[in-house]
Design a binder for this molecule. Structure first.
Ligand SMILES: Cc1cc2nc3c(=O)[nH]c(=O)nc-3n(C[C@H](O)[C@H](O)[C@H](O)COP(=O)(O)OP(=O)(O)OC[C@H]3O[C@@H](n4cnc5c(N)ncnc54)[C@H](O)[C@@H]3O)c2cc1C
Ligand code: SF4
Length: 329
């Protein structure tokens, strides 16, 4: 049995000081970290409980018309907040598509950003090969059961996907992650927060050791009228995405003025479909134009033995999500 110490931090300064030692980790709702600890996948030596830090809680408006969501805001509270529902319905939908009501009541925004992959070989320490859990050990999924795994941006080291629904919406909305740590405060554009695996699949994000997420900032809302989070999964609830799409449009009559499309369930990070976005601008929402634009999102896709279906599914889900965002389906 491992000895673990526990410290409840009263403020941000105390949290940073407590986390400034090897083996220390922050704990929010605990819905992911405790499972990983129970399975022996992660073995922190010290837990720094941040759930009593008032400065990390709450949702506030920003001077530019955007919104700041504190890292401690529970997923349910973020999803049901009036401003989020009215101004960023895409984010509300994505949050409500995740997990279960009980889990959403516990899970925090910061923890959701940091949740680990759901690759079964990562969770099962009975499999010695997992570069994410044990760097250099290999990847059991490449020749194993890889139906849930990545089709875009993977490497020979790791083909895992990022499981967060919330993060797909935040990627489409161009959110910014605010963090503070031993070297002070900084902001990380959402596209740079999560990593592709490359040869360091053990690193999911660009957060540095000891850094604390303080909030997620949303730019002024542009897409409240025309957005949709579509999640395709094996069960109607309590299941991770096979493929998900966050679609956000600005329309000028029947013509797309601007578009943001992000995909979940296909890569090690939320995947922005930039070529699809560019192709949509100036186009109408007829099916052929949407199918042509959707095909661009999976250019270069590399399917594994069990997940070639995702290449087709992703395109169909993109078309469907855009139609629903644009009110034509
Ligand atoms: C059965 C089940 C089904 C689920 N289904 C879904 C689903 O469909 N979609 C989905 O998106 N998610 C799903 N989840 C995952 C769930 O959303 C996450 O477990 C949750 O969001 C994690 O938040 P938490 O606050 O509990 O994090 P914790 O477990 O407390 O922490 C997770 C990680 O975040 C770090 N951390 C926490 N807060 C901070 C911070 N402020 N700064 C820096 N690091 C921090 C911790 O150190 C830890 O590494 C599911 C979970 C379970 C158990
Ligand atoms: S896909 Fe990644 S997480 Fe899964 S076994 Fe391979 S290295 Fe581990």
């Amino acid at each position: 049995m491992d000895a673990i110490s526990y410290q409840r931090a009263a403020d941000i300064g105390a949290a940073l000081a407590a986390a400034n030692q090897p083996g220390a980790m922050f704990i929010g709702g605990g819905t992911n970290l405790l499972d990983l600890m129970k399975g022996g996948v992660m073995r922190p030596m010290k837990l720094v409980d941040i759930t009593h830090i008032a400065a990390l809680d709450g949702i506030t408006g920003l001077p530019d018309g955007g919104l700041r969501i504190g890292a401690l805001v529970r997923n349910s509270d973020a999803a049901n907040h009036a401003w989020v529902r009215e101004r960023y319905p895409l984010l509300s939908q994505a949050l409500l598509a995740g997990a279960s009501p009980q889990l959403r009541n516990m899970a925090t925004v910061g923890g959701n950003l940091m949740q680990r992959t759901r690759c079964p070989y990562f969770y099962d320490t009975g499999f010695p090969q997992c570069n994410k859990r044990a760097p250099g050990s290999g990847c059991a999924a490449i020749d194993g059961n890889n139906r849930m795994h990545a089709i875009l941006g993977a490497s020979r080291q790791c083909i895992a996907t990022n499981p967060s629904d919330m993060s797909v919406a935040l990627a489409a909305l161009d959110a910014v992650v605010r963090v503070t740590g031993p070297n002070g405060e900084r902001t990380i554009p959402f596209a740079e927060f999560h990593r592709l695996p490359g040869d360091r699949p053990d690193l999911d994000t660009t957060l540095q050791q000891g850094e604390l997420i303080t909030s997620v900032d949303l730019p002024p809302p542009l897409f409240a009228e025309h957005s949709k989070y579509l999640k395709v999964r094996d069960r109607a609830s309590y299941a991770f995405a096979l493929v998900s799409v966050a679609a956000a449009l600005q329309m000028d009559g029947n013509t797309v003025k601007s578009a943001r499309i992000a995909l979940g369930g296909v890569a090690h990070k939320p995947w922005r479909a930039s070529a699809t976005e560019r192709a949509l601008v100036g186009s109408s929402l007829d099916k052929l134009s949407l199918q042509t634009a959707a095909a661009l999102a999976v250019q270069g896709a590399q399917a594994q033995r069990d997940n070639a279906f995702k290449v087709t599914l992703a395109q169909r889900a993109i078309v469907r999500a855009i139609q629903q965002a644009g009110g034509v389906a």
